[in-house]
Design a protein around this ligand. Sequence first.
Ligand code: NAP
Length: 319
Amino acid sequence: TLRLPARAAQYCRIENEAQLHALPPHRQRFILGGGSNLVLLGDIDGLVLHVALTGKRLVAEDAGAWFVEAAAGENWHDFVLWTLAQGWPGLENLALIPGTVGAAPVQNIGAYGLEAGERIHQVSAIDLNSGDTRTFSKAECQFSYRNSLWKNEGWHLSGRFCITSVVFRLPKPWQPNCAYAELARELAAKDRATPSSQHIAEAVIALRQRKLPDPAILPNAGSFFENPRVDADVAERLATAFPFLPRYPQADGQIKLAAGWLIEQAGWKGRQLGPVGMYEKQALVLVNRGGACAQDLLDLMAAVREDVAQRFGVRLEPE
Ligand code: NAP
């Protein structure tokens, strides 16, 4: 979705699991979902597996939850809308996130106060080295902030395990999750004092459409940098110098800072460097205004990082 030029040496669209079992050994594999949260810095000298497995169904239901399974190639947002239409709420805060269901556990997608990992029951994957199918429980997935077993083990880059399906546990009774300040404001503005899951999805969709560029119109890959976490004393020192600095205390005692705020304060909101720039409505989103190559993106990334480091002494890491 960043529309940087890149060519795969070999490409295979995976429409059934048998194809994964029949793959010849390959020195380099690259597993591709929706392509909306990655940066291709050049050609891929290997086999690109484009996961296009489809299917979704209710697999079980008990007094405490609905258990809903979706194949890895299902479009995430369409899946969220489908669960809501079936009367199985719980994923509404994650509406309109681009990408596929199979990619959701990899970086534990999150937005507006909810992370996918909180709703994931288990993940099924095929070990492309052995051909074995494996099921990972929620605990085994090691979910944390924008992170998981897949990233911890480097499988998202090595292409070892290809995720084939995900089962979500959607708890009963449903409870609205609208503590996230911006979401609460949007619901209040629409007079939704007791919002339904549909209302929350609509509010999230409206917020995202207002602030985030549609990659079909303006190429981008969502948030480009991670929100940095710093020690409490560092955050306190920064807050003395910058009283409006947003700070979010984490369970482990660290303080999360808002990367978008730091980038904006460093003067990069809406600013361009060559054909790339940081988006005018949300400074965390790197956009390609047309014809960019990988070097343009690397130059902008370095410039933004350097300015933020100089001003705040904080190092940004690309997401
Ligand atoms: P925002 O509301 O402008 O807030 C800026 C940052 O402050 C967010 O990154 C958010 O962290 C943090 N924040 C705000 N309220 C918080 C709270 N109550 N507790 C902890 N942290 C809080 O954010 P935005 O950029 O418009 O994005 C809205 C949501 O969509 C965020 O959750 C964001 O992560 C998500 N999003 C993700 C992507 C992506 O590509 N990964 C792209 C766009 C938006 P969190 O990120 O932890 O929420």
